[in-house]
Design a protein. Sequence first.
Length: 142
Amino acid sequence: MYLPPRYSILSILNYLMRVLLADDRSQVRSALRFLLEQETNLQVVGEAINATGLLQQLQTSQPDLVLLDWELPGMPITNLLTALRQQTPQVQIVVLSSRLEARPAALAAGIEMFISKGNPPEQLLSILQTMRRQKKNTSCGR
């Protein structure tokens, strides 16, 4: 396996995915934080309760991934996704929603993944770990 000189084996194996939580419900953010903090290679770097807070947090926390509530208040979701992509084009966006009918619109808007809030937590962790591995491989130029 070829590794570019700036990467050590240890840094690649320990790749830490930085996650920003964006949901207006504190119970959801707390549950997500608790779930993600059980994983050694996922780090919650911030929380936002509305669109304005999310855009501000992007600058300070520099996440790899945003877990975004499809119904996040503050601006229309299509405008928010456009602003997210303009501000941080490399960030991955996973939409969470309790409304399954939002899935087609979310995927059409170009997000990486749509997850129902009713799905088991293990499914969310599995998807995030897969995305982390893909990001790690991309970061290493493979």
